[in-house]
Ligand binder design. Sequence first.
Ligand code: GTP
Ligand code: MG
Length: 591
Amino acid sequence: MLRTISLSRSTLRSFSQTRTHLCSNPSQTPSPPSTPSILISYSFYSTSSKQEKEDKNDVASVFNMDPTVPPKLFVVQPRLRPDNYLQAKLNEALCLANSLEEQRDGYFDVDFFDKEIPPHIVVQNPIVRHQTRADTYFGKGTLEVVKCHLNALEEKGEVDAIFVNTILSGIQQRNLEQILGKPVLDRVGLIIEIFNAHACTKEGKLQAELAALMYKKTRLVRLRGKSGRSTFGTDGEAEVVSARGRGSGGRGFISGAGETELQLQRRRISERRSSLLLQIQEVRRTRAVQRAGRKNRGGSYGQGLPTVAVVGYTNAGKSTLVSALSNSDLYSDSRLFATVDPKLRSVFLPSGKKVLVSDTVGFISDLPVQLVEAFHATLEEVVEADLLVHVLDCTAPNLNEHRSTVFQVLDQIGVSKEKLENMIEVWNKIDYQEEGMDFDECVDDIADGEASSFSGERDDMDSELSSGAENDEAFEAIDDQDGDYSDGWLASEDVEDPWGEGGSCTGLKTTDDQQSECPKDWTTEKQLQLQVQSGPHVRTSALMGVGLQELLELIDEKLKEAPKANVVERDPFDRKWRPPRTEEAGVAVEQ
Ligand SMILES: Nc1nc2c(ncn2[C@@H]2O[C@H](COP(=O)(O)OP(=O)(O)OP(=O)(O)O)[C@@H](O)[C@H]2O)c(=O)[nH]1
Ligand SMILES: [Mg+2]
């Protein structure tokens, strides 16, 4: 059984609304082309120490990060139900795959809309039948199908690596690479790669490298050597490669045997990590001084210049909104994680008072825990802001999941309950919305469907799956060659009811809870109460400048009642602070 789901460029619309190319800082020095590995993309801000240079050099280069030839990824999407939820997740995966690119002179070489949709395939989801394999994640049959597609693409030389849109263990990743003969990236790995590629400032690069390093540490088992061979095999792990720790003789039992490759790599990672942490501490100190300066300069509301942090799912339109409010031109783009380096802009409210609005890094479901930790210095701005503005892309079919993800991350980084209660919710991109559907009806649908679950879908799904064995032909494949891409990226025919059941996902799954295809609530009852709102506070089109005055008035009003910013002086790398992995507030994994 080979079912084809029609997919056109248009279905990517929720991540690809317009073609905006604004450079926030044209004078910014372009990032030099990097040679990141599959696991870690070292950045270029400091090459001072010999050891650092060695650290960077000993990782094999997998991707060609030449801005003119971005890496081509083949997307493998495990099947999800219902179909419009799958569609949303597939769109996101395709946009992620197309977002791995470096800038040149502050711009990307190719317009996002001119890029080809990456080749992709939807395969059976092993989680559904509790058949996730510890060694390869997918079953044999699924891998055969993936291989077939890969071989076909191989002939045209169209694939540099495979992106599996789920979270894989290090072993699974290594085994898949061996079976498929290509580098494999899972969701966390790709997001970290994108952060590395998009970070421009020293701070952004430091944080992105730290995230990559922390990720790499968990994947040492599959590190690739220069030759492209796995450095750590069953034999390699025990091989002594360095004399460090070896006794000088004459000390009897105290003598060590020397360092194995694994130990050597671990030591290098922890040394580099310590060095990065020191540099990030410095960044945090500088930020704290700047914040204090802003407060002391005096301003409105008797507490210095108030700050408003704009948060939201990636691609919701945060940068476009901040630009519109402040009459500036922050970089905005349909690539996911266009903003990695936060920016502050001053805005005058209708009352005449001045506030600082900060544009922050976007969130995403399954946001790698390493990223949340590493980006603590940046996210501190959010925790300490006087008011939060949550921007939602109201055209996203899984809007509630987006909202839930944002609440989850805000909860993880320690935003107070009062601030969450006081947060302004903005439904952005209404211009797009109004073209195709009745906005008020959509709001009602969302409000009605908020508490609904996927239980009805599950019966259907179970019966369908029980009819086919994992290794048989039970795959549902999408071949991009057969897809209907005729109508461009903007109009949508495929998603007939974008506000239907797919929009009723109210939460995320944790890594420990990968049983169903559909996301589960991560929230406690209280958090859910916060999330469930009858509708947006403000509806805007950041692009067209609609709703901005209303938003400014609301910010003015809310700031008067805003709780004083709580300064959280926690060590981001303190284990106690680590974002919890519990079901209530864990790392999300919905596939
Ligand atoms: N149609 C429409 N498109 C919008 C609107 N606001 C933003 N966009 C487009 O949405 C895409 C993403 O906008 P950004 O402002 O970069 O989104 P962001 O939330 O900052 O994204 P990240 O920085 O990647 O997290 C861009 O192509 C924008 O032009 C809007 O009101 N209407
Ligand atoms: Mg942005």
